[in-house]
Design a protein around this ligand. Sequence first.
Ligand SMILES: Nc1ncnc2c1ncn2[C@@H]1O[C@H](COP(=O)(O)OP(=O)(O)OP(=O)(O)O)[C@@H](O)[C@H]1O
Ligand SMILES: [Mg+2]
Length: 336
Amino acid sequence: MNSLLHQEDNILSVQDLKKHFPLKKGFWQKTRAWVRAVDNVDFFVPRGKTLGLVGESGCGKSTLARVVLRLLDPDQGSIRFQGREITSLDKKELKQLRKNMQIVFQDPHGSLNPKMQIKSTIEDGLRVSKVPRRERQGRIKTILETVGLTGDCMNRFPHEFSGGQRQRIGLARALSVNPELIVCDEPISSLDVSIQAQIINLLQNLQEELGLSYIFITHDLNVVGYVSDWIAVMYLGQIMEYAPTETLFQNPLHPYTKALLAASPSVRPEQDQTLQTLPGEVPSAFDPPPGCSFQTRCPLGEDKCSESRVKLREINNSHWVRCLKLSKDLNSRSWK
Ligand SMILES: Nc1ncnc2c1ncn2[C@@H]1O[C@H](COP(=O)(O)OP(=O)(O)OP(=O)(O)O)[C@@H](O)[C@H]1O
Ligand SMILES: [Mg+2]
């Protein structure tokens, strides 16, 4: 067992996490296959830091977030939050947990109740946190100001706000329960670039002020490089590489991470001016190849790669990679 998993300064540590969805077909709705949305995932989030979770569409980022938040039940594995195992909590304990972990979604329009005034949206969280009724009005005003909105927004409805403002309201709702960890699932993808910067700055200020920890999900390597302390690169339900941001950008090891960087306009090395696209398609998540899931597109791939499943291994200090060839060549140790 890797000692990093149990360090007290990790707010969250996840080990061997699995979530497969049944693919049902036909009149009798028989399970024909399983979608491996999250497949043996290991990672941790240091307290007060940001973990960036990056990967192509459909690789399992949102499912992983939902399982970690216990909005979905895991099939297997361990999730430790603030040092406590949270995989088998009862309803009451889960309710308590929700106060400590919140999620902010990509589409602030779809995630806010259009019929609810902003004050009611935020008051819900205050009620859950047992804030006395007489204090709530003041607290709602303070929370709105914390996210850069004025108190007079209280009586308005979501449709009266712009996309960026709605994302601030989503954040205010998350903050209403005073959480320790916020999962931001593509929080800026639907916003204009100038507004994106405002929301990123706001998230960073809040982190500094309130000591929040974030899991920041995105497709965008530029954004993830800017906001994250650690980065996990995901492919077909698995973490392929996991390292501190600087290490990952300066010394990417996994061929998939290298391919992502080479295809990204402003993060690739300056001397290399051509964008390189990764050949081939992502295999289907319900029929991944045996062995390494990246082998069908990998420039290093050889017969061995299809023989056995590969574990995430620590190749250098605090630098984990899931690659048979790299693990073989270097003096690595497994996560477990
Ligand atoms: N409830 C579900 N039932 C069946 N399959 C699902 C379910 N939810 C997700 N999936 C499948 O699991 C895989 C991972 O989906 P997920 O939404 O987690 O990916 P993602 O990385 O968040 O993608 P995106 O970047 O497009 O948001 C996909 O193949 C998806 O079709
Ligand atoms: Mg998603």
